[in-house]
Design a protein around this ligand. Structure first.
Ligand SMILES: Cc1cc2nc3c(=O)[nH]c(=O)nc-3n(C[C@H](O)[C@H](O)[C@H](O)COP(=O)(O)O)c2cc1C
Length: 333
């Protein structure tokens, strides 16, 4: 059975991307309350040298978004420990294990994990194969297009495929690119032509038109969206509604409910200052969704409030003002 089944009316399988620091528990819960996607991938669980995998695996809760499934992603470079971690996560109910071959962070890459695995396709194969052999659930890989350049692109894709993964999610930027230049969708098309296994396309989908263009130009099998969903939490529903041809118009109350779930999901003992910083980060994305909102983004980010109620009393009216349906519809499809 396909791991990436199409939805009604031929809508592609839609995944919420892992985003460490941004796409945390609060965000995932808020997104799940909106819905529209088929599956979420949790941000990476680090598997350092000498890791005690059992304790590390406790950070993953399989039914967190139930009934929407949550994939566990692991990042490390010790084949044995990666296999053991995958086993622990399987015992904790993970439906799938994704191996991170893309994280650009220097702390991570310094230890040979994440995007560093792309420097050596045969080592990538060793690590991923160890994971595949350790579990009876599907294993997948999420990768960038290379480390410094794309010279090993094909080799890395084939190494991952030969290790036995069920599909590859491609974010077509190199480690060195960071998030700077536009994602090279032509590489997603190239991966499709090289691989026998499915390819999930990822990178720079900000509106429905982008999703359609990626599908058409790359022939990828499914879509993963990260920042586009933080900017516009309704993007998955909007993609679905394009396929079903049923109108979908999120109301201001829908956004309020989303924010409410986000806020209620913050730990009660979280200091006010951290709560406000978290909300500023979230609003920083939301205020990118229309030109009108963009005008007030800097004011939101530089505002100084001591408590969350005052911050929300200031920020929500500005958000409402910019969240004009006609405008948003035309900008975000
Ligand atoms: C703040 C942030 C954290 C991220 N954390 C992860 C992560 O934990 N694992 C991962 O595979 N990719 C991670 N990514 C990459 C995203 O999953 C995704 O591949 C990338 O943002 C491109 O997709 P987008 O344009 O839809 O955001 C992260 C990206 C961002 C912006």
């Amino acid at each position: 059975m396909s791991l990436l089944p199409k939805g009604p009316y031929g809508c592609p399988y839609l995944q919420l991307a892992p985003m460490e620091g941004v796409g945390d528990y609060c965000f995932r819960k808020a997104m799940a309350s909106v819905g529209g996607f088929d599956e979420a991938v949790k941000d990476f669980l680090r598997v350092p040298q000498n890791a005690h995998v059992k304790s590390l695996s406790l950070a993953y809760t399989a039914n967190e978004l139930s009934p929407t499934s949550l994939t566990a992603q692991i990042m490390g470079s010790d084949p044995e420990l990666m296999g053991e971690m995958a086993q622990e996560l399987m015992k904790r109910g993970a439906p799938r294990i994704d191996v991170n071959c893309g994280c650009p962070s220097n702390i991570v890459t310094g230890r040979g994990a994440g995007s560093s695995l792309l420097k050596d396709p045969s080592f990538l194969h060793t690590v991923v194969r160890a994971v595949v052999k350790s579990v009876s659930i599907p294993v997948t890989v999420k990768m960038r297009s290379g480390y410094e350049d794309t010279s090993l692109f094909k080799e890395n894709l084939l190494a991952a495929q030969e290790s036995g993964v069920r599909y590859i999610t491609l974010h077509p930027r190199t480690k060195v690119d960071g998030y700077g230049p536009p994602a090279r969708w032509d590489l997603i098309a190239e991966a499709k032509s090289i691989l026998k296994i499915p390819v999930v396309g990822n990178g720079d989908i900000l509106k429905v038109e982008d999703a359609l263009k990626m599908l058409e130009t790359t022939k990828c099998d499914a879509l993963m969206i990260g920042r586009g969903a933080v900017i516009n939490p309704f993007i998955f529903h909007q993609i679905q509604s394009h396929f079903s041809r049923k109108s979908y118009k999120p109301q201001w109350n829908d956004l309020l409910n989303y924010l409410d779930v986000y806020i209620k999901s913050m730990p009660i003992d979280m200091p006010n200052k951290i709560q406000i910083n978290k909300l500023k980060q979230l609003f920083g994305f939301l205020f990118k969704s229309t030109p009108k909102l963009l005008e007030n983004r800097q004011a939101i980010l530089t505002s100084r409030y001591e408590n969350i109620v005052d911050f929300l009393n200031y920020a929500k009216p500005l958000l409402k003002e910019g969240w004009e349906y006609t405008e948003r519809d035309s900008k975000l499809g």
